[in-house]
Design a protein around this ligand. Structure first.
Ligand SMILES: [Zn+2]
Length: 118
């Protein structure tokens, strides 16, 4: 699914995901404008053992979730991936405008992280 899996096997083995949230439907971003935000879903809510996949545990507090998400984002930020946008793993919102990367979240002020849509 993500291009870096083939190139960086050690990273892929340690971390199954490069973000802690996903959007509900494939292709959500294609109908979003740069000023629109969409709600995201935490991946750890749908996983039996989220920590083994590099995700925050269920019920982790906001700062812990953000720490994990920020580390994953750094990996994703090191690789150019077409159509990536940004998200806040605490407020669970995403936006298609990658220029907002590491700018403050409009809701909580934490720096926005890199988000893949597919
Ligand atoms: Zn936020």
């Amino acid at each position: 699914m993500w291009p870096f899996r083939k190139k960086q096997k050690t990273v892929a083995a340690a971390m199954m995901y490069s973000q802690v949230d996903i959007t509900e439907a494939f292709g959500d971003h294609q109908r979003l404008g740069v000023n629109e935000w969409i709600t995201t879903q935490p991946l750890n809510a749908t996983s039996d053992d989220p920590e083994s996949m590099g995700l925050p545990r269920v019920g982790a507090d906001a700062d812990a979730v953000y720490r994990v998400a920020s580390t994953l984002s750094e990996i994703r930020e090191s690789i150019p991936i077409p159509n990536d946008g940004v998200y806040c793993p605490v407020c669970h919102i995403a936006n298609v405008d990658l220029d907002r990367l590491r700018t403050p979240c409009p809701q909580c002020g934490r720096p926005l992280l890199k988000f893949g849509w597919d």
